[in-house]
Design a protein around this ligand. Structure first.
Ligand SMILES: [Zn+2]
Length: 93
């Protein structure tokens, strides 16, 4: 193996322990829940999920779990998107 590639592998092994170097700005993922598979997405700082709870509350266990798992790689805003107050979805247009 050539020495410059060995250097890159060593650097990657160092970076592996510094996840905050990666800033996730866009993401699509399938979340295997207890009853179904849900489609999670992060677009900029905005999360969304295909589950029924998210549709009503603006957050859900799937989004919250992803925020916890990916926390060091998320912007401050996307780490904890606060749920919308109940009823605000209907009034906000
Ligand atoms: Zn969900």
């Amino acid at each position: 193996m050539n020495s410059s590639l060995i250097g890159k592998i060593e650097k990657a092994q160092r970076y592996e322990h510094e996840p905050e170097r990666i800033a996730i700005t866009n993401l699509k993922a399938d979340f295997r829940g207890e009853h179904d598979i849900y489609h999670l997405a992060l677009d900029g700082n905005h999360w969304s999920c295909s589950c029924a709870f998210y549709a009503g509350y603006g957050t859900c266990s799937h989004v919250m779990a992803a925020q916890r798992i990916l926390s060091p790689m998320l912007s401050i805003e996307s780490r904890s998107e606060s749920p919308l107050p109940v009823g605000s979805r209907e009034s906000a247009s």
